[in-house]
Design a protein around this ligand. Structure first.
Ligand code: HH2
Length: 286
């Protein structure tokens, strides 16, 4: 299976690690650390040395209660980082829901649009469809990030809800002219969901495989892991790595993470035992 993006056709025969570059003052785990363009670019270079396959740059925090930047502010954060990061030789995605920002970053050469609002804003479908080959990640979210955890929906069956939502958004994207090969799907861990919802989505993640597109999972440092371990965001590395490996074991092909080096090591173990090469070497001697 492959993921078509602007410059790269990403081979998903092994799981891929998407490293997070937050150019925000207020992200929940690393807000303000990489707001200066030079710090963000240095962080991107570090994630690549650690083994990231894809870099995801975001300038809007989706943390509950965060304020959305306007277009000018979002672009002023993104563009000085995007240009040098595009030169690093890996696919670069931009985490945005703003159609004007999508157009500008695609014009600047971004490979992928990662939208936590699944192209719901007016003009977003058209902005991505206007590009001939940019990749797209559609994520499940009910409501708005600012208020989502205050009013978590009472899903009768969270997995069915996520599956039906992602199918509808994929249909809308295809109807707008976005080829299926460009699309990956994301259950939206921590977005308008309780820990029980998130864990059900992990346990039953394979039910999303019927959608026929690769899955991306973003568990990194999320609050469910804080509830389970009692640890603050910066100390959730082991829990995040465990969740990333489990999500790959249940079929995810891309994991979006802050702690790239640790995740890459852990996935090497998974790959050796359960990846295609591992399955070819059953270890039987006769
Ligand atoms: N999670 C966050 C942001 N963007 N995109 C996708 N596709 N999937 C996710 O799970 C996802 C995402 C939230 O994490 P982070 O970027 O660390 O925090 P913030 O939104 O506060 O910047």
């Amino acid at each position: 299976m492959h993921w078509q993006t602007s410059r790269y056709r990403i081979d998903l025969s092994r799981p891929r690690v998407m490293g997070i570059v937050n150019v925000t003052p207020d992200s929940f785990s690393d807000g303000g650390q990489f707001l200066a363009p030079a710090a963000a670019v240095a962080h991107a270079e570090r994630l690549l040395r650690d083994g990231a396959d894809i870099l995801d740059i975001g300038a809007e925090s989706t943390r509950p209660g965060a304020r959305s930047p306007d277009t000018a502010e979002e672009l002023a954060r993104l563009l000085p980082v995007l240009q040098p990061v595009l030169a690093l030789g890996v696919p670069v995605s931009v985490d945005t829901s703003n159609p004007a920002v999508m157009r500008a970053v695609l014009d600047a050469g971004a490979d992928i649009v990662n939208d936590v609002r699944a192209l719901a804003r007016p003009g977003a479908l058209e902005a991505v469809a206007a590009h001939p080959s940019a990749g797209l990640c559609l994520m499940h979210l009910r409501g708005e990030p600012a208020t989502m955890q205050a009013q978590v929906p009472d899903y009768p069956d969270v997995v069915a809800e996520v599956r039906d939502f992602l199918r509808a958004r994929m249909d809308a994207a295809r109807a707008a002219g976005i080829a299926e090969a460009r699309i990956v799907l994301d259950p939206g861990i921590g977005f308008a969901k309780t820990p029980a919802h998130n864990l059900a989505l992990l346990r039953r993640q394979r039910e999303l495989a019927v959608l026929g597109r690769p899955l991306l999972a973003g568990w990194s440092r999320k609050s469910t892991l804080g509830v389970l371990t009692g640890r603050p965001a910066a100390e959730r590395v082991a829990a995040s790595v465990a969740a990333a490996v489990l999500s790959v074991h249940e079929g995810a092909r891309i994991v979006r993470v802050h702690d790239v080096a640790e995740t890459v090591d852990a996935l090497k173990v998974w790959q050796a035992a359960f990846g295609s090469a591992g399955q070819d070497r059953e270890g039987n001697t006769g």
